[in-house]
Design a protein around this ligand. Sequence first.
Ligand code: AMP
Length: 210
Amino acid sequence: MTNAIVFLGIQGSGKGTQAKLLAEWTGYQHVNIGDLFREQIASQSEIGQLVKSIIARGDLVDDDTVFKLISSSLQPSIAGIIFDGFPRNRAQAKFLMANYKLQRVYYLSLGQAEALKRITSRRVCSSCGENYNLISRTPKLEGICDLCGGELKQRGDDSDAAIAQRVKEFYAQTYSLKKLFADSGLLLSIPASKGIVEISEDIKEDFNSL
Ligand code: AMP
């Protein structure tokens, strides 16, 4: 079975940033389900058409579509996978544990108020997809990507209503997975308020001990 690492946490906790850093360091494939869905929507594929309105509302996409998308996006002969935004409910957690060798779940803990502040400050480059944050990672020039000069925008599903719905879904369906993984001895909880580099160092040190 393929090795897997999971990043769990409320929206805005920095899962994506840490998952990307760990993927670069380990050579594991980084799988961000939300990004995969946004690519499908942009290319107007069949899956894209199917999930567009669901994602715009901030609801969860059905499990079978998520499983299909994961299977179709995995690269051959990889050392492992880093899941970011998956699993989000019990059925997905079961699927994960049945099909992968789960090595560790990193839980980035952050309160709801701070999470909401971070998500509303999130900006993404409309050309290259680089992520910014108006509080913690500001671009050198307002509204312009440091890397490619593209225009920075709010994500389409970062409307106030969709954000509120995603946070609601997190507490209704995802939060209980923290206990599930803790009971299996797989969870490492890290305060998301620590700096990006500090969190990344903690994770690397832990990963080396696996
Ligand atoms: P994210 O970028 O992680 O906030 O995900 C954006 C949207 O993609 C979510 O609001 C869901 O509609 C969908 N999505 C992402 N991951 C999953 C998942 N594991 N299960 C179901 N829907 C998902």
